[in-house]
Design a protein around this ligand. Structure first.
Ligand SMILES: Nc1ncnc2c1ncn2[C@@H]1O[C@H](COP(=O)(O)OP(=O)(O)OP(=O)(O)O)[C@@H](O)[C@H]1O
Length: 693
């Protein structure tokens, strides 16, 4: 046992005491510490990335919100997709109307705000110019009588240009008064308030804006009506800053940055009458008013014509010899300029002839073309075929008559005149007129072969008809004294001839048809369009495409001096306002031929008709018969103011401030212009400083 006790303890070999070898480690187990080191930064990175992502999202959301009209002043830059969503992808159901350069859609922003989005047609240089003009001018006008431009969207690469306006629920005056004939506008009070709104709006543009803004295209489709039928002025596509005041314009276009435009006026421009060669101001009132029968304009022949049918100063397309613009539309969009300066630059760039804002050619041949000549030359290839447009007009009128089935004429004239059914006796009269027209038509074909000037043809047709009727002892139809009126106009001419110098004598001896034709052709001198265009009413703005600055308002409403190539001045707006006022009072278009010409021809030209009535002392005959609650004094006031505004000499027209004061009763009601008074008033309210010759 002791031996057992003494027995040495078993020897433990070092090998045995050494810790057992760890089993061979797998690779993952081996890397574990390294992974755990990586997990943290990866997680952190991911977290940072997601935070960044959130931040970006937040930023984008925030920045998008900045374009919404809540916190900053308009115009904002909207994203195209915002506007697309707002208008349900420009759905036809949302279409409010069609303008010369694009369609207008109703839309609703995510905030619930209702808007009107004008989607400009791409590729039109004129459209791009209008886009810029709107941004640079309308975007800066803050007046409750001017439609607010809320913003825009512009994608140069895709050539998308959109303008965003406040929605005007009753659309345009043209639409509400002349097309839809809204019952609300049958109230005299409403119409008078609209006239006041427009007058005050224009007064604001001319006197409060600094520099003053000249709208340049006042017409019913550019007057928009809100839900209460209050009027606001819209569409500054053809507007200009008053020449003297233009110096530098800061324009925030497309890029959202401030592009500085040097639009320095080239010397002081002359005022009003001096613009027209200085001759106007010296002209006698008689002479001037005689020539006021300018031309005009809206044609609405027959009841079957589209209600939108109206005639506007047609395109004065840039003919190759007139101007060559070498920049692409999008490049031009980059040139963030406005007004004449823009075109001055083009003229320099292109090195070609360019018609300047005042109607004179610059560069190249440096030919000076002014007044009516300018129009003729624009349209007739240099004026060599000056009769072509007139012939064309007459041909068109003839075609219109010829192409309509005779039954159509009878049906139209026999059943409806001025929208009212006519009785048996009237329908007999109309039958006779129809016969007359039929014979006229045949005559016309025969005479057309001889290729006589259109004016002669018309004159003879009328003379023949008159003498034929006299022989048969037939009085002229309609009971409205067509003969009298016709001759009356001649008589008036004869009376005035005695008083006037030889120059005006020749003018006054012209027949009524002459002024009518002069009027129409004067306004059609851009005519490259066919009659279909007229009938459809799809005639764009004066100047149309034009890379020249020859955008000159709309036929019927454009002031004669401006349409004739003169400078745009405030007095051009005054003239257009005069036409608009007559349209408001009469509830009809400025040129409208309805039913048969013999009864209605005398009234076709609203301005001449108003002048004729003024001479006869029957101004109230002009008033829309369907007006309710007529205030005769206000109506007379409106027509008288309109006649003042329509004087040919810009210097003789009142300013918009004076017009607004007269309409609101703040100043004395005006006297009729001199030639309408039986005895001339001792104090003519707006007489020229220079004495009439
Ligand atoms: N802000 C708006 N709210 C409601 N309707 C509008 C608005 N702007 C335009 N419209 C409607 O769209 C139509 C087309 O307007 P737009 O300004 O494009 O053309 P226009 O003035 O009729 O013709 P042009 O541009 O050739 O002078 C208008 O007649 C009007 O009925």
């Amino acid at each position: 046992m002791p031996s057992r006790l003494l027995s040495p303890p078993p020897l433990i070999l070092p090998a045995e005491i050494s810790p057992p070898k760890p089993p061979p480690l797998s690779e993952s187990t081996h890397n574990r510490p390294i992974n755990s080191r990586l997990v943290t930064p990866i997680a952190a990175g991911a977290a940072a990335f997601s935070i960044l992502l959130c931040l970006v999202c937040l930023y984008r959301k925030f920045s998008r919100r900045r374009t919404a009209p809540s916190d900053l002043k308009p115009p904002y830059r909207f994203s195209y997709s915002t506007l697309r969503h707002a208008t349900s992808s420009f759905s036809p159901d949302n279409r409010l109307g069609q303008g010369g350069f694009g369609s207008v859609y109703r839309g609703t922003l995510p905030s619930g705000q209702e808007i009107a989005v004008k989607l400009m047609d791409s590729g039109s240089l004129q459209g791009e110019r209008e886009f810029q003009n709107e941004l640079s001018l309308a975007g800066k006008i803050d007046c409750d009588r001017v439609v607010t431009l809320l913003g825009f969207s512009c994608d140069r690469r895709r050539r998308r240009m959109l303008l965003v306006y406040e929605l005007m629920h009753n659309r345009s005056l043209q639409d509400a008064l002349l097309d839809r004939k809204c019952p609300e506008l049958m109230s005299w009070n409403k119409r008078f308030l609209i006239a006041m709104d427009i007058a005050k709006g224009l007064e604001f543009l001319h006197t409060v804006c600094d520099p003053p803004v000249i709208h340049g295209d006042i017409k019913p489709s550019n007057i928009l009506l809100d839900c209460f039928f209050s009027a606001k002025i819209a569409d500054f596509g053809l507007a200009r800053l008053k020449a003297e005041e233009v110096s530098e314009v800061l324009l925030d276009v497309a890029d959202g940055g401030a592009a500085k435009i040097n639009n320095t006026s080239k010397g002081k421009k002359k005022e009003g009458s001096e613009i027209n060669g200085g001759a106007e101001d010296n002209g006698s009132i008689l002479e001037e008013t005689e020539s006021v029968a300018t031309g005009y304009e809206e044609v609405n022949i027959g009841a079957d014509q589209s209600p939108e049918s109206f005639l506007r100063v047609p395109d004065v397309e840039a003919s190759p010899e007139t101007v060559v613009v070498e920049a692409s539309p999008s490049e031009l969009l980059d040139k963030t300029s406005v007004s004449e300066g823009y075109f001055d630059k083009l003229s320099v760039d292109s090195g070609k002839d360019l018609v300047s804002g005042d109607g004179n050619r610059r560069g190249g041949r440096k030919k000076s073309i002014s007044g009516k000549d300018w129009w003729w030359r624009q349209d007739n290839g240099g004026g060599s075929e000056s009769g072509r447009v007139k012939d064309y007009v007459m041909e068109w009128i003839g075609t219109e008559i010829k192409e309509r089935p005779k039954s159509d004429w009878i049906a139209t004239s026999a059943s409806v005149e001025d929208g009212k059914p006519v009785g048996k006796s009237e329908s007999k009269k109309q039958q006779k007129r129809m016969e007359w027209w039929t014979s006229l038509d045949e005559e016309k074909i025969r005479k057309k072969e001889k290729r006589r000037p259109a004016r002669e043809w018309w004159r003879e047709e009328f003379c023949e008809e008159l003498s034929r009727k006299k022989k048969r002892g037939i009085k002229h139809s309609g009971g409205s004294g067509v003969d009298n009126w016709w001759q009356g106009d001649e008589d008036f001419g004869a009376d005035t001839r005695k008083k006037k110098k030889s120059r005006s004598r020749s003018r006054s001896s012209r027949g009524s048809i002459d002024w009518w034709l002069d009027g129409i052709s004067g306004e059609l001198r851009g005519g490259r369009r066919n009659s279909q265009d007229w009938v459809s009413g799809e005639i764009p703005k004066s100047g149309g495409v034009s890379s020249t600055p020859s955008m000159r308002g709309t036929v019927c409403y454009v002031a004669p001096e401006y349409g004739g190539g003169g400078q745009l001045s405030e007095k051009c707006d005054v003239y257009s306002f005069g036409v608009l006022l007559l349209v408001l009072v009469s509830g009809r278009r400025p040129l409208q031929v309805t039913a048969s010409p013999m009864s209605e021809f005398e009234r076709a030209n609203l301005i001449s008709w108003a002048r004729h009535l003024a001479r006869r002392g029957k101004l109230l005959d002009l008033v829309d018969p369907s007006i309710l609650g007529l205030d005769r004094d206000q109506a007379l006031l409106c027509i008288t103011v309109a006649l003042l505004c329509l004087q040919r000499s810009p210097a003789r027209r009142p300013s918009m401030k004076e017009v607004a004061a007269m309409l609101s009763g703040e100043s004395e009601p005006p006297h009729l212009p001199f030639e309408f008074s039986p005895s001339p008033p001792s104090s003519f309210p707006f007489k020229s400083r220079k004495k009439p010759r």
